[in-house]
Ligand binder design. Structure first.
Ligand SMILES: Nc1nc2c(ncn2[C@@H]2O[C@H](COP(=O)(O)OP(=O)(O)OP(=O)(O)O)[C@@H](O)[C@H]2O)c(=O)[nH]1
Ligand SMILES: [Mg+2]
Length: 507
C-alpha cells in the first residue's frame, strides 16, 4: 500500500489518538439486536446443507505474484487482505461476481488479495455480518494466510465492524471504506480531495472506537474477548473520544464552507463554457468501463484543438471536433460503482452535475464484463439521482475486441441508441464520432450573410460555435451559409443578404 493510501492511514492516524483502535461507543440498533441473534441463530437452513456447512471459497481471487522478489516487495507495502461476502439473493455466479468486483476494488486500493469467502444467509448477521461460527472459521483463514485485514462486501454498521474485529482480531473494513479510500487516492483536484475527505470524516465519525458501553456488552457476551487495550483507559477514553468527535465536527464544518466556495468557482467556469456555446458532452459509466480510454481515443488522434481559451478547463475536460467540424467539449467523469457509498454520492453530486448539465451523455459500458446490464442499470440510477434523465444518451458498448459477439448482439438489440466500439483497437470509433455529430443539438438559426473581410472574426466564430454549410470568397467579402446560435446570428444580421426564411429555423 502506498503512503498516500488512507485505507491504512485512517486506521493509523486514528490509532494515534486512540491506542485502542477504532471503537464506537454509541450503541447502534444492531447491537441491541445482537444478544437475541446469538441464541436464535439459524442461518441458512433453507439452503443446501453443503452450502451452509462451509464458507464457500471463491477460487482465483488471489493476486499472489509468480516472481518471488516482486511478491516480497509488494508485501512490504501492501495490505494482505481476505475478502468476505454474504450471499443473500441471486445465483452463485452473482455472488462470485460481486466478490470479484470487491477483489478488483481492493487491488485498486493497493491491497494484496489472499483469499475470499462467501456465506449463504438470509441476511447479514446483525452482530458480526457473517454468522458467529463462520466468523471463527474466518479467523482461522486469517491466521492461515497471514492476512492483516478483512474486507467485507457491504456497508457494515459500526457495531458489526467492532464485533467482527473482536473475533478475527485483525482490522475489518467494509466496501464503503474501501471505495472511500480509492477515491481519496485518486482525487486530484482540490475540490475533489476536500469532498472525499469530508465523506471519510462523515463515515468515520460514528465509527471511532472508545471504551464505552460496547465494551461492557462485549464482556457480557463473553467468548470472543476484547481486542487488547485495557480498561484503565475507559474513563479518560470516553472524554477523549468526545473531544475528538467535536474536533472532527469542527473540521467538517470548515470543509463544507470551503467546498461551497470552490463550487462557486467551478460554476463560474461552467458558465464561461456555456457562454462559448460549445456543447458539452459527458462520458459517464461504470468504473473501468474504459471512459478515459475512450476520451483519449476520441480526442487524442489529432482532433484535440489547442485553444488558449480553454487552458483553464478542468484537466478532464477536452475539446473535440465532430467530423463535420463542430466543436464540443468532452468531459471524463468519476466512474460509478454499485452501492456507491451514500456520503460519496452526496459529495460527488456536484461533479456529477456536469453530467446533468451536458447536452449529450456517452454512457460507456464494458461489453466484456460478465454482467453489463447490471452496470448499465447501476449507472442509470445515478443519472436519475442527479436529475439527468432528460439528457440524450448514447450507449457506448466498449471493449468490443474482448467481448462475446453474442453479448454484443444482445446489448445492441436491447439498447435502441447503442453502438459497439473498442477504445483499444479503434473499432467503431468513426461511427461513434458520426453518431455524436447527429446527436449533438444543432445551432438553432440558419443564416446566409455576406461578411466583409474586416469582420473575418465572425466567420471564424461561425466555424467554432456553429456549423458552416458553405463558404465562398467573393470580392465584397465571405458569402457564408451557416447554422449558428441566436447571439451570433444577431451579430451577423447587418450582413444578411437574403433574410433567412422562417422555415429554416431549426428547433
Ligand atoms: N480489451 C479492451 N480493454 C480496454 C478497452 N478500453 C479500455 N480497456 C481497458 O480497461 C481498463 C480500464 O480503462 P479506463 O479507460 O481506465 O476505464 P475508466 O472507465 O476510465 O475507469 P475509471 O476511471 O477507473 O472509472 C484499462 O485496463 C484499459 O486498458 C477496449 O476497448 N478493449
Ligand atoms: Mg477513468
Amino acid at each position: 500500500m502506498t503512503s498516500s493510501s488512507s485505507f491504512s492511514q485512517d486506521a493509523q492516524s486514528l490509532a494515534h489518538t486512540h491506542p485502542d483502535g477504532l471503537r464506537a461507543d454509541a450503541l447502534m440498533e444492531e447491537d441491541v439486536a445482537w444478544s437475541h441473534e446469538i441464541d436464535t441463530e439459524r442461518d441458512g437452513e433453507q439452503y443446501d446443507r453443503s452450502e451452509r456447512a462451509a464458507l464457500r471459497r471463491v477460487a482465483g481471487l488471489s493476486t499472489e505474484l509468480e516472481d518471488v522478489t516482486e511478491v516480497e516487495y509488494r508485501q512490504l507495502r501492501l495490505e494482505r487482505v481476505v475478502l468476505v461476502g454474504v450471499w443473500t439473493s441471486g445465483t452463485a455466479q452473482d455472488a462470485e461476481n460481486s466478490l470479484a468486483e470487491l477483489a478488483a476494488l481492493a487491488e485498486t486500493a493497493g491491497a494484496l488479495v489472499l483469499d475470499g469467502v462467501i456465506q449463504r444467509r438470509d441476511k447479514p448477521d446483525a452482530a458480526t455480518y457473517i454468522g458467529s461460527g463462520k466468523a471463527q472459521e474466518l479467523r482461522d483463514i486469517v491466521i492461515e494466510t497471514g492476512a492483516d485485514t478483512v474486507v467485507c462486501d457491504g456497508e457494515l454498521s459500526p457495531g458489526q465492524l467492532i464485533h467482527l474485529e473482536d473475533v478475527v482480531k485483525v482490522k475489518v473494513v467494509d466496501r464503503t471504506a474501501l471505495i472511500l479510500d480509492i477515491f481519496a487516492q485518486h482525487a486530484k483536484s482540490r475540490e475533489g480531495k476536500a469532498q472525499v475527505a469530508l465523506a471519510q470524516m462523515q463515515y468515520m465519525l460514528p465509527r471511532l472506537r472508545g471504551w464505552g458501553q460496547s465494551l461492557s456488552r462485549q464482556m457480557g457476551g463473553g467468548g470472543s474477548g476484547s481486542a487488547g487495550g485495557g480498561m484503565a483507559t475507559r474513563g479518560p477514553g470516553e472524554t477523549k473520544i468526545e473531544t475528538d468527535r467535536r474536533r472532527i465536527r469542527e473540521k467538517m464544518a470548515k470543509m463544507r464552507r470551503e467546498i461551497a466556495e470552490m463550487k462557486t468557482g467551478r460554476e463560474v467556469k461552467r458558465q464561461e463554457r456555456r457562454r462559448n456555446k460549445v456543447p458539452p458532452v459527458a462520458i459517464a459509466g461504470y468504473t473501468n468501463a474504459g471512459k478515459s480510454s475512450l476520451l483519449n481515443r476520441l480526442t487524442g488522434a489529432g482532433v484535440l484543438v489547442e485553444n488558449a481559451l480553454f487552458a483553464t478547463l478542468d484537466p478532464t475536460v477536452r475539446r473535440a471536433e465532430t467530423p463535420s467540424g463542430r466543436l464540443y467539449t468532452l468531459a471524463d467523469t468519476v466512474g460509478f460503482v454499485r452501492h456507491l457509498p451514500h456520503h460519496l454520492v452526496e459529495a460527488f453530486r456536484s461533479t456529477m452535475e456536469e453530467v446533468a448539465d451536458s447536452d449529450l451523455i456517452l454512457h460507456v459500458v464494458d461489453g466484456s464484463h460478465p454482467a453489463p446490464e447490471e452496470q448499465l442499470a447501476a449507472v442509470r440510477e445515478v443519472i436519475r439521482d442527479v436529475g439527468a434523465t432528460q439528457v440524450p444518451e448514447i450507449v457506448v458498448i466498449n471493449k468490443a475486441d474482448a467481448a462475446d459477439p453474442l453479448v454484443l448482439q444482445r446489448l445492441l438489440r436491447m439498447e435502441k441508441h447503442a453502438i459497439a466500439v473498442s477504445a483499444r483497437t479503434g473499432e467503431g470509433i468513426e461511427e461513434l464520432l458520426e453518431l455524436i455529430d447527429t446527436e449533438l443539438p444543432r445551432p438553432e438559426v440558419e443564416i446566409e450573410a455576406l461578411v466583409p473581410y474586416t469582420r473575418g472574426k465572425l466567420v471564424a466564430r461561425a466555424h467554432t460555435e456553429g456549423e458552416v454549410i458553405s463558404e465562398e470568397h467573393t470580392a465584397e467579402g465571405t458569402l457564408l451559409k451557416a447554422r449558428v446560435h441566436g447571439e451570433l446570428a444577431a451579430e451577423l444580421t447587418p450582413y444578411v443578404a437574403v433574410p433567412a426564411p422562417a422555415a429554416a429555423v431549426v428547433a
